[in-house]
Design a protein around this ligand. Structure first.
Ligand SMILES: Nc1ncnc2c1ncn2[C@@H]1O[C@H](COP(=O)(O)OP(=O)(O)O)[C@@H](O)[C@H]1O
Ligand SMILES: [Mg+2]
Length: 265
């Protein structure tokens, strides 16, 4: 299905007012064994906006997010957040991950209650503050509040996978991240929850950069912002949503938008 022809919603004016660069990725490469997973990847994320990362399975999207969060450290090149090289982040990788929230494709909840999962990364002094308001706010932002408000003390692993993924989003939001990386955040959600998450992302993106992997091209258009199209470990094309979906420049991009496949070799 050629969504580009059917849908030009991405031309809605963006609400973001900040446009200075917050994240700068320069010449990022990652090799595992003989395989080149990422090859000379370069892009910027503005201080406040959503950027959708699209591309076929195996393109390297999840690997890229893992490098940006230092879950994978074997890369070469440069990743800067607020002009600081993330390899030299003050306080190390654990502190970095509080600033750069990564919501993985497979949610990893902790074996504690729903409430404790959300508050898990907070310091003791932060936990003494008004945590019930924070808890509610983060669970509302992640479109989970209505489903869990009466069972906050129950173990988190009693939630469905889609609910666990939203719980991980709430946990990341509780730390007030300065960058949010999302790996297919709505893949296991029903349409209503998907819509609520997208609304939250629009709101969050007024203040922070969000990089969102999605296989749903309609969603990438609804999210607006910029699009990175990636295939075979390389960024093939970068453009604002309207240009990429309506006037793709590269043959590979046109093929992918039309057939959801890409042959970059
Ligand atoms: N730990 C690993 N060891 C070897 N190869 C890996 C590893 N993780 C991912 N890959 C390979 O890297 C490529 C990119 O994977 P991934 O980043 O998960 O792609 P995507 O998220 O775009 O589907 C794939 O070919 C995958 O098999
Ligand atoms: Mg992936």
């Amino acid at each position: 299905m050629n969504t580009a022809k059917q849908n030009s919603r991405c031309s809605i004016p963006q609400t973001s007012t900040l446009n200075q660069t917050m994240v700068n990725v320069e010449n990022l490469s990652l090799q595992m064994g003989d395989k080149h997973i990422l090859q000379h990847v370069s892009f910027d994320l503005p201080a406040a906006d959503i950027t959708s990362l699209i591309g076929p399975s195996g393109a390297g999207k999840s690997s890229l997010l893992r490098c940006m969060n230092m879950l994978n450290t074997d890369w070469t090149g440069h990743i800067q957040v607020q002009h600081t090289d993330i390899r030299h982040w003050h306080g190390g990788a654990d502190i970095l991950r509080k600033h750069i929230g990564l919501i993985a494709q497979k949610p990893a909840v902790f074996p504690v209650s729903i409430a404790d999962n959300v508050l898990f990364g907070l310091s003791r002094s932060q936990q003494k503050e008004n945590t019930s308001a924070l808890l509610q706010h983060c669970l509302q932002q992640s479109a989970l509040w209505d489903e869990v408000k009466d069972r906050l003390d129950q173990p988190a692993n009693t939630l469905s996978i889609g609910q666990q993924q939203r719980l991980c989003l709430a946990r990341a939001l509780a730390l007030k991240p300065s960058v949010l990386l999302l790996d297919e955040p709505t893949a296991s959600l029903d349409p209503r929850s998907k819509q609520l998450i997208e609304l939250s992302l629009h709101e969050l993106a007024q203040n922070i950069p969000i990089l969102c992997v999605t296989h749903d091209l309609d969603q990438a258009q609804r999210l607006q912002g910029n699009i990175l199209f990636m295939c075979d470990g390389k960024i093939i094309e970068t453009a604002d949503c309207d240009s990429l979906f309506n006037h793709p420049q590269k043959l590979e991009t046109r093929e992918f938008l039309r057939w959801s496949v890409c042959d970059c070799d």
